[in-house]
Design a protein around this ligand. Structure first.
Ligand SMILES: [Zn+2]
Length: 297
């Protein structure tokens, strides 16, 4: 299980969250057989989605992050529930790409910089809230920071990292979010700027054995912290036959009947967990009839 911890400073001026998302990214890599550059790109997006989803208060709420940067990775999607359990996929999970000029995984090159980040919050009732901003760097953390600055006007520090060992095996993944509350002023900003100069990357702190609680203490040394939420989170897909059938109900009856292939069944693949669902022609006919009756009403 991955672990996510949230805290607020006792003066109420700074909110922060830290996650060790290693198990989430491992599970994603197993399911989608991602190459290192996609493991890093999608791993960062899933880590960010988990932290952002965990901030939603409603039990049935969910948060979707979609990056469309026009790069060879195609679209990247991460979905979180309101606890921080996540699922996601990249269109091109097997993408191989040369390292960038610094000799690092070219995440920005894979995602691309000509496009948008979409943040959708579904509160489980009413219209979902949707916000779209231009991609800034394609490195994910900066793009999500820009979302908070532009769409929510909250000063934010967002760090997301996926670390690999010398043999390109993913060994740690994590993230850190720090946000200033409206009453904070230049003193808090100066303290945080000072801290940022010496802060090691989140994955390095994890490699040194720090827990998410300890990462929060290390990054906010001049503040007194009150930990108010500690949550075990995981890669979790909540697909089901019922959900697959419900998705058909956006189609016309003749389309539903025509879904079956030569074998007399329709095969539906869940992109989030690669589970396959088979629906017989008989069941498709039933669903088409239900749809016809609905349309007559
Ligand atoms: Zn699934």
């Amino acid at each position: 299980m991955s672990k996510l911890v949230r805290c607020i400073t006792t003066d109420g001026l700074v909110m922060a969250a830290a996650i060790d998302s290693t198990d989430i990214v491992k599970k994603m890599q197993e399911l989608h057989r991602t190459t290192p550059v996609i493991t890093a790109a999608l791993g960062r997006l899933l880590t960010g989605a988990s932290i952002m989803g965990n901030k939603l208060k409603e039990d049935n709420a969910s948060l979707t992050l979609r990056m469309n940067g026009g790069g060879p990775a195609g679209s990247l999607i991460a979905v979180s529930d309101s606890k921080g359990n996540v699922r996601g996929y990249a269109q091109e999970a097997g993408l191989l790409l040369m390292p960038n000029a610094k000799g690092q995984l070219d995440i920005a090159g894979a995602i691309g910089k000509e496009g948008t980040v979409t943040v959708m919050k579904d509160y489980g009732y009413g219209q979902p809230y949707c916000s779209q901003i231009p991609i800034v760097t394609g490195e994910v953390a900066e793009d999500l920071t820009a979302y908070y600055a532009i769409s929510e006007q909250v000063p934010t520090i967002f760090c997301l990292g996926v670390h690999f060992d010398k043999l390109w095996k993913m060994d740690k993944a994590g993230g850190l979010l720090i946000q200033l509350m409206p009453a904070a002023d230049h003193r808090e900003i100066e303290k945080l700027e000072e801290m940022l100069k010496t802060m090691p990357p989140v994955t390095q702190m994890l490699l040194e054995g720090s827990t998410p609680e300890q990462i929060l203490e290390r990054t906010l040394p001049g503040f007194e912290l009150e930990i108010f939420d500690s949550q075990e989170v995981e890669y979790r897909c909540d697909c089901s036959l019922e959900r697959v059938e419900r998705a058909f109900m956006t189609m016309r009856p003749e389309e539903i009947r025509g879904l079956a292939d030569e074998s007399g069944k329709a095969e539906v693949l869940c992109h989030f967990c690669n589970k396959k669902y088979y629906i017989t022609q008989e069941r498709l006919n039933e669903l088409a009839e239900i749809q016809e009756k609905r349309q007559q009403k």
